[in-house]
Design a protein around this ligand. Structure first.
Ligand SMILES: [Fe+2]
Length: 199
């Protein structure tokens, strides 16, 4: 089963890495659209279990909702940077996401451990993608302002309480991340990927 999951994720990664080799923001937009899907699937299945009266896992619902909220803001940030401007990119991202959702739902129903494994591979890939981008474009990113949606999410406003749910770090700098420029925004993405991988 793990080999099959690695193959599926490998195809997905190959597609995004090849098709979007020279277009970072559309690539990140596609990745973020896909990154939300496992949490949608987990929430759907957990709600189903509760609706059927089988078992209740309200703490799991809470954490997975916080994770979708976090991914939603990654997606909004990518949209604000123009990642979703081309119809073909939106078409591809949403169709991959739909197919992925219907893979994860039965997987989570039958083999939840493998569904988490699949998500771990994708989060891992996202972490390395952002890490590589940060390293290569550090100076240029530090010259660009953080999008307003990133400032709202990471620093200001009522959105913040859901961000707190995501935190596993005890050090205060991770709980109150810097968001002075676009570089900081990508660093925060990385921190969130790491937190998800630790959970
Ligand atoms: Fe993300």
């Amino acid at each position: 089963m793990k080999a099959l999951i690695r193959l599926l994720v490998g195809i997905l990664v190959f597609m995004t890495d090849v098709v979007y080799r020279n277009r970072p923001y559309p690539r990140f937009y596609v990745l973020e659209t896909i990154a939300r899907v496992p949490y949608f699937a987990y929430l759907s299945v957990l709600h189903l279990y509760e609706t059927l009266g089988w078992w209740r896992k309200s703490d799991w619902l809470k954490i997975h909702f916080a994770e979708t909220w976090n991914e939603l803001h990654h997606l909004l940030i990518m949209e604000s940077l123009g990642g979703d401007r081309v119809w073909g990119d939106r078409f591809l991202a949403q169709h991959i996401a739909t197919g992925y959702y219907w893979i994860v739902v039965p997987l989570y129903l039958l083999f939840p451990r493998y569904a988490y494994y699949m998500m771990e591979l994708i989060e891992n890939h996202a972490y390395h993608t952002y890490d590589c981008y940060l390293t290569t474009h550090e100076e240029a990113l530090k010259m660009q302002p953080a999008p307003q949606i990133a400032i709202n999410y990471y620093r200001d406003g009522d959105l913040y309480y859901m961000f707190e749910e995501m935190q596993t770090a005890t050090r205060s700098e991770f709980r109150r991340p810097k968001v002075d420029n676009l570089y900081d925004v990508f660093v925060n993405f990385e921190m969130m990927n790491l937190n998800t991988l630790k959970q």
